[in-house]
Design a protein around this ligand. Structure first.
Ligand code: GDP
Ligand code: MG
Length: 203
């Protein structure tokens, strides 16, 4: 067919301010890293199409536009998201302690089948590490998420994080389809199966 992609997944990157969410997105989408602090104003999302599991998958990856600073992220932002990258900074204890709260937000506002990967970013800063890999892994296990340590700066595990998230979304989708439950397969916030994707809207 002439369609440009088979699926479109909306993915959100969340976590405390300055853990590296915007840097992570730029690294993945543009393969760039800007060392100066760039506050995220006016950037809503980036789009990247990847080939995975014999499918062309269009990822619409949303940044928080700096709103996490004011804790004003609303339900509209979460709507329709199929995957989350929940990020903390391995050199910042407070960002790690906030993971539980972010996880609760996801569970409160997002689609039930949304998949989450926990990412400990800035793993290039080993000398300043305050959160051990073991604690990260234990928290991820406790919350039922998969876990990666990564570095947007040194380009460690960035692509792998997105690809693993796409894979778990695909796995979850085929499980849901297998159940043949119309309440699941027809869920209006579920997988986007058409190529006639309406532009995202704000409410
Ligand atoms: P956001 O507020 O979560 O979007 O965080 P930013 O992407 O704006 O990054 C905050 C600061 O951390 C900036 O100075 C980045 O250059 C820096 N930073 C982001 N990712 C990394 C990383 O992987 N390693 C290091 N060393 N610094 C990073
Ligand atoms: Mg940002």
């Amino acid at each position: 067919g002439s369609h440009m992609f088979d699926y479109m997944f909306k993915i959100l990157i969340i976590g405390n301010s300055s853990v590296g969410k915007t840097s992570f997105l730029f690294r993945y989408a543009d393969d760039s890293f800007t060392p100066a602090f760039v506050s995220t104003v006016g950037i809503d999302f980036k789009v990247k199409t990847i080939y995975r599991n014999d499918k062309r998958i269009k990822l619409q990856i949303w940044d928080t536009a700096g709103l996490e600073r004011y804790r004003t992220i609303t339900t509209a932002y979460y709507r329709g998201a199929m995957g989350f990258i929940l990020m903390y900074d391995i050199t910042n204890e407070e960002s790690f302690n906030a993971v539980q709260d972010w996880s609760t937000q996801i569970k409160t506002y997002s689609w039930d089948n949304a998949q989450v990967l926990l990412v400990g970013n800035k793993c290039d800063m080993e000398d300043e590490r305050v959160v051990s890999s073991e604690r990260g892994r234990q928290l991820a296990d406790h919350l039922g998420f998969e876990f990666f340590e990564a570095s947007a700066k040194d380009n460690i595990n960035v692509k792998q994080t997105f690809e693993r998230l796409v894979d778990v979304i695909c796995e979850k989708m085929s499980e849901s389809l297998d159940t043949a439950d119309p309440a699941v397969t027809g869920a209006k916030q579920g997988p986007q199966l058409t190529d006639q994707q309406a532009p995202p809207h704000q409410d």
